[in-house]
Design a protein around this ligand. Structure first.
Ligand code: ADP
Ligand code: MG
Length: 625
């Protein structure tokens, strides 16, 4: 027990007893990897079987333990490290209150083999449900080897609560990545059921990121670097055109610890405003370094939520730092920076007000202009989060507008960001080219809305949402009758996913087949799409798949009726992407007929409105002088 000290803390003891510290296999991976880092390892190998349910093994080449410490390390509050929770972000070590091993030992069968440098022989300790079973000398390499078997064998309720292998493995991958991305100087390996998921050689941060997310990442990483007296911000952000529909490459680290920070996420998104396609999220790997006394560690059990004292100031610094990185790499040729503001980001004292650097943007610039017209359309008429002032006034057709007498508030430029709202109806004044008059029953606007006069006024249908509802009902129907209809693709598409999304995809695969998808595992984090449901429009497959994965992940904790419904919801939302297309009169008629044959034509499966009626009264109001 030479250098282990004991820290008594009742709160911690209670947490251990309640099994709160170890929630799932991924928590074990996290704790054991952190210990290996603290032990000065230069190589860490994680081996898991059945997503950690039968085995989690972490092998390191760090300093090892003496036979005495190997025994006592499983005791509550045994730590050789500094103890106070407040010091969590101050100290260099990752563990801090000696609870992890005690917690693991309480709920699993653990075998520890360890040997210190210079010791001739190592020691092996076996523990089961907190009880030491045996200890004996063993020959083992220098370093430490923890084997955790049959997690929760003695807590059946918790074992039953574990999710599917794919989901648990996804959590393991995430925890692994949090360590791997902050310790690029350490070799990190992850092996699942004898398959290598990661073999990451030591290197710099860029190499580590590409190791984790694939070589393609190299092309989209833009370096980030800002020093202020308050905080230093370094790392990489992704080019806007690389942004994806699925989360998974967004990381904040504070003093080399992974944290979640929804508020700072908004700052990053703000920096990308107007240059991202709707619903796309840029990649970022952002490292904050700051004086630990300026952070409050929230006592969240996962230790990933913290609060900065000067959160607003850091928000501003982050926003300008990201904007600057985007601009400096001349990705946005028309971003025009006020040099003074940007080169010296203000060095702050705590009292000072923060002034963001002045950045002028050209609102007409749009990186998607050339390649993808549909994105431009969607940016202008984006449903969510699109800033009002972002609408290029100039882009609005001069002609065809009543010169005088046009009501001030009716000017379409103002309301374009809120196309969903009925006030947005000024769009009807647009020049005739953009309107279609097929037959005289339906009117089509901007490939987005289908209008039709009805008894009480004017019916407005969101065409993409209508499509989503129709596809959803058909998929459910196909699944229920066990008769999915697939259209086979002449050119199967191979898509490589990141490790976590790949697991999600594997998990969805069986259900997707019932809906009419023909997707096959290609190994090596790749899948091949051979066919899609017959009703689904082909094209933009990768984007659809990403969106489907993202929706599915988000639905995971939602109490929906069943797995098929969950998948169908994700799949129909994804399948409707790109349905902002021009419809002929007949197609509009079909869409409307199909919609009203659905179980619930008024709402999408996720509860968004599809049909609105603009009442006569409201129409009349428009014309009151
Ligand atoms: P903490 O990390 O908070 O100290 P743990 O329960 O995780 O608490 O670990 C208890 C102690 O066991 C550590 O302080 C350390 O002395 C020892 N230990 C754990 N894992 C290792 C390892 N991989 N190599 C060397 N020592 C270790
Ligand atoms: Mg620890």
């Amino acid at each position: 027990m030479s250098d282990l000290i004991h820290v008594l803390n009742d709160a911690v003891a209670n947490q251990i007893a309640a099994g709160e510290v170890i929630q799932r296999p991924a928590s074990v991976v996290k704790e054991l990897m952190e210990n290996a880092v603290d032990a000065g390892a230069t190589a860490i190998t994680v081996v898991v079987k059945d997503a950690g349910k039968s085995l989690i093994q972490v092998v390191d080449n760090g300093q090892g333990m003496s036979p005495g410490d190997a025994r006592v390390c499983f005791e509550r509050h045994a730590t050789s490290k500094i103890s106070a929770a407040e010091d969590l972000f101050a100290i260099q070590t990752m563990g801090f209150r000696g609870e992890a091993l005690a917690s693991v030992a309480a709920v699993a069968e653990v075998t520890l083999k360890t040997r210190r440098k210079g010791d001739e022989v190592g020691t092996q300790v076996r523990v089961s449900g907190s009880k030491i079973q045996s200890q004996e000398p063993v020959s083992t390499p220098e370093g430490t080897n923890f084997m955790v078997k049959n997690l929760f064998f003695n807590v059946p309720a918790r074992r039953k609560f574990l999710k599917s292998d794919q989901t648990e493995l996804r959590h393991i991958i995430n925890e692994f990545n949090h360590v791997a991305l902050t310790r690029q100087e350490i070799e990190c390996n992850l092996i699942h059921n004898d398959t290598d998921i990661f073999r990451l050689r030591p290197g710099n941060l860029r190499q580590r990121i590409t190791g984790v997310f694939g070589k393609a990442a190299n092309a989209y990483l833009l370096p980030l670097k800002t020093e202020t007296s308050l905080v230093s911000i370094t790392g990489y952000i992704g080019k806007p055109e690389h942004a994806r529909k699925t989360y998974g490459e967004q990381f904040f680290f504070v003093n080399n610890r992974y944290i979640r920070h929804p508020y700072f996420h908004k700052a990053v998104m703000g920096a990308y405003a107007q240059i991202l396609a709707p619903d796309h999220i840029p990649a970022y790997f952002i490292f904050f370094e700051t004086d630990p006394s300026r952070i409050d560690v929230n006592r969240h059990p996962s230790k990933t939520e913290i609060k900065f004292e000067e959160e607003k100031a850091i928000w501003q610094i982050l926003l300008s730092s990201v904007k600057e990185a985007i601009g400096r790499n001349s990705l946005s040729p028309s971003l025009d920076f006020d040099k003074e503001g940007i080169i010296d980001i203000p060095v702050l004292s705590r009292e000072q007000e923060v002034r963001p650097p002045q950045i002028e943007t050209n609102p007409d610039y749009n990186p998607f202009e050339e390649e993808q017209v549909y994105r431009r359309e969607k940016i202008r008429f984006g449903e969510k989060g699109f800033p009002e002032k972002g609408f290029p006034e100039k882009g609005f057709p001069e002609k065809g507008f009543p010169e005088k007498g046009f009501p001030e508030k009716g000017y379409p430029g103002k309301d374009y960001g809120k196309a969903d709202r009925l006030e947005g109806w000024e769009k009807l004044f647009e020049p005739a080219e953009t309107l279609a008059f097929p037959g005289n029953k339906y009117l089509h606007i901007k490939n987005k809305y289908v209008l039709s006069p009805v008894k009480s006024g004017l019916m407005v249908i969101d065409q993409r949402r209508a499509r989503e509802r129709i596809l959803y009902d058909r998929m459910i129907d196909a699944a229920e009758r066990h008769r999915p209809v697939a259209q086979q693709s002449m050119f199967p598409e191979t898509i490589r996913l990141n490790a976590a999304d790949y697991q999600v995809c594997l998990e969805m695969m069986d259900q997707l087949e019932k809906l009419g998808f023909d997707i096959r595992d290609f190994g090596n984090q790749s899948i091949v799409i051979h066919g899609i449901p017959a009703d689904m429009d082909p094209g933009r497959t990768e984007e659809k798949l990403e969106w489907m994965i993202e929706q599915y992940k988000n639905l995971q904790d939602e109490p929906v009726t069943g797995e098929v419904e969950r998948i169908a919801r994700a799949a129909s939302a994804a399948a409707a992407i790109g349905y902002g297309k021009t419809l002929t009169g007949i197609e509009m008629q079909e869409l409307v007929d199909q919609l009203f044959a659905c179980s619930n034509p008024n709402y999408t499966p996720s509860g968004k409105p599809i049909v609105k009626i603009l009442e006569m009264e409201e129409l009349d109001k428009l014309f009151k002088a």
